[in-house]
Design a protein around this ligand. Structure first.
Ligand code: ACO
Length: 431
C-alpha cells in the first residue's frame, strides 16, 4: 500500500469525500470548514474544551515528552541545565534560542542587575494594600501597574523597545515579590543590591534586617537558582496560554504578564505545592502513611497531592532534581521533618498497583514546598516563587508569538446552546 500524508474523510451527511493534508501529526482545523452540508452551512468545526487535543501554535522553545519524562529548553535537557547553568543564562537561552557567549551573558546579567529598582511611587502603591494582602495578589496588581510607568512598552513591534521591557520585567519581578512579602509582614522594603547575583539579591530583599549587607548562604542562593531554572518554562500550560492569548491583542507586556500571573495564582496551577505541605502536615507521622494511601485509593480521602500530571505519565524530570536538591538545602537549614513522610509516601505509591496502573508519579510540586519551607518562605509566597522565574518563559513565548506570521488575535469558536430569538417581555408581563 502506498502511504500519503493525508487524511480521507467521508461526510456521511452528504456522501462527499475530502482529503486533508497532515503536517507534523496535525490537520488544520480550518480545512474542516470546507466540509459543509450546503452553501449556507458554516462548515465543520472541532469541539475541544480545555484544549485537550489542539495545538494552538508552533513553538521552538520547550519540548516535553510526557510518556518518557523528558523536558528540554531549546534542546537542552532540564537536568543538565539544572546542574550546569544559571537562571539568567537559561532566561537568555529561552529568549534567544542559543546559550550566550561569555560577553553576551555578562552584558545580559549587567542589564538585569541595573534594572532591579522600582519607581518610588510603586512603594506607595504596595503600601495601599491591606496589611494581610496575599503577596500573589500584590504581585499580579503591581506588575500590571508597571505598564503605567512605562507607557512606551505599548510599542510592541519595536524589537529594541521589546527587549528593554523584557529586561525590566525579569529584573523587577524579584523586587516586587520581595516587597509584597515585606508589606505583608510589616517590614521595611529593602532596595536591590547591585553587588549580588539574581537570587542572592532576592534573598537580601526578602531577609535583610539591620545589617548593612545581607550575604545569603551560597548553597541556598544556588538551590533557589536551580528551582528557578526548573520553573522557567513549561510550554503551553494555563498561564503561558493566558500570556499568548492576552498578548495576542497586542497589549503591552506588563499587562499580559499580569494576566499570566493571575492564571498561575489558581490552585490547580501554581498552588499545588502548598496543598502538598498541608497534606504532609495532616498525615503527621510515618505510621499514618499506609492509612492515608488507603483512603486516597478508596476515594474517601483527598488525592495524593503532588502526584500525577496532565502531561507527564512518568516521573516528572523536575521532581527528580528537586528531591536531590532538598537534601542539599537541609544540610544548611536542618532537615524538614516532613521529608521522611514524603519519601515514604512516594515509596509506597510507586509500588502500589493503583498508582502504577494510572501512571501517577511525583510532579514538580511534591518536594519543592519542603525546600521553600526549610528556607523560611511562608506558604503564600510559594506561587510568587513560581512566578518570578516563569516570567522568562512567558516573555519568550510572547516574543515567539509576535514573530509568528500565522498568529492573530486569539479568538476561539463556541457551540451556542442558548435560546433561539425571542421577543422582549416587559417587566409587568413576566411571571
Ligand atoms: N491521587 C490519586 N489519584 C489520582 C491522582 C492523585 N494525585 N491524580 C490522578 N488520579 C487518578 C484519578 O482519580 C483518575 O482515576 P480514575 O481513572 O480511576 O478515575 C486517574 O488517576 C486519572 O486522573 P485525571 O484527573 O483524569 O488526570 P488529569 O490529567 O486530568 O489530572 C492532575 C492531572 C490535575 C495533576 C491530577 O493528577 C491531580 O489532581 N494531582 C494532584 C494535584 C497536583 O499535584 N497538581 C499539580 C500538577 S503540576 C503543576 O500544575 C505545576
Amino acid at each position: 500500500m502506498t502511504t500519503k500524508n493525508t487524511l480521507s474523510i467521508t461526510d456521511n451527511r452528504t456522501g462527499k469525500a475530502y482529503e486533508l493534508p497532515i503536517t507534523d501529526g496535525t490537520i488544520r482545523a480550518l480545512d474542516l470548514r470546507n466540509i459543509k452540508v450546503d452553501e449556507e452551512d458554516f462548515g465543520l468545526m472541532t469541539y475541544d474544551p480545555a484544549f485537550m487535543n489542539t495545538a494552538s501554535c508552533r513553538s521552538a522553545i520547550t519540548f516535553i515528552d510526557g510518556d518518557k519524562g523528558i523536558l528540554r529548553y531549546r534542546g537542552y535537557d532540564i537536568a543538565e541545565l539544572a546542574e550546569k547553568s544559571t537562571h539568567l543564562e537559561v532566561s537568555y537561552l529561552l529568549m534567544n534560542g542559543e546559550l550566550p557567549t561569555k560577553e553576551a551573558l555578562a552584558k545580559f546579567e549587567n542589564e538585569v542587575t541595573h534594572h532591579t529598582f522600582l519607581h518610588e511611587n510603586v512603594k506607595d502603591f504596595i503600601d495601599g494594600f491591606r496589611y494581610d494582602a496575599h503577596p500573589m495578589g500584590m504581585l499580579v496588581a503591581t506588575v500590571g501597574a508597571l505598564s503605567t510607568f512605562y507607557p512606551e512598552a505599548k510599542d510592541i513591534r519595536n524589537r529594541d523597545n521589546r527587549r528593554l521591557q523584557i529586561v525590566r520585567l525579569i529584573a523587577k519581578m524579584p523586587t516586587i515579590a520581595a516587597w509584597s512579602y515585606r508589606h505583608e509582614v510589616g517590614l521595611p522594603y529593602v532596595y536591590p543590591d547591585n553587588d549580588l547575583g539574581y537570587t542572592a539579591n532576592f534573598l537580601s530583599m526578602m531577609k535583610r534586617m539591620a545589617e548593612s549587607k545581607y550575604q545569603a548562604n551560597p548553597v541556598l542562593a544556588r538551590a533557589l537558582d536551580v528551582l528557578f531554572i526548573l520553573h522557567a518554562d513549561h510550554e503551553q500550560n494555563c498561564s503561558t496560554s493566558a500570556m499568548r492569548g492576552v498578548g495576542s491583542s497586542e497589549v503591552d507586556p506588563y499587562s499580559a504578564v499580569a494576566a499570566a500571573a493571575a492564571a498561575l495564582y489558581g490552585p490547580l496551577h501554581g498552588g499545588a505545592n502548598e496543598a502538598v505541605l498541608r497534606m504532609l502536615n495532616e498525615i503527621g507521622s510515618l505510621d499514618k502513611v499506609p492509612d492515608f494511601i488507603a483512603r486516597v485509593k478508596s476515594g474517601e480521602g483527598s488525592r495524593l497531592m503532588g502526584f500525577g500530571h496532565r502531561v507527564y505519565k512518568n516521573y516528572d524530570p523536575r521532581a527528580k532534581v528537586i528531591k536531590k536538591l532538598a537534601y542539599d538545602v537541609f544540610e544548611v537549614t536542618g532537615k524538614n521533618p516532613l521529608i521522611d513522610i514524603a519519601v515514604e509516601l512516594e515509596r509506597i505509591a510507586l509500588e502500589d498497583e493503583y498508582f502504577v496502573k494510572r501512571k501517577l508519579y511525583p510532579n514538580v510540586d511534591f518536594y519543592s514546598g519542603l525546600i521553600y519551607q526549610a528556607m523560611g518562605f511562608p506558604v503564600d509566597m510559594f506561587p510568587v516563587l513560581f512566578a518570578i522565574p516563569r516570567v522568562a518563559g512567558w516573555l519568550a513565548q510572547w516574543e515567539e508569538m509576535l514573530a509568528d506570521k500565522e498568529q492573530k488575535i486569539s479568538r476561539p469558536r463556541q457551540i451556542y446552546t442558548g435560546h433561539d430569538v425571542r421577543p422582549y417581555v416587559t417587566i409587568d408581563k413576566r411571571g
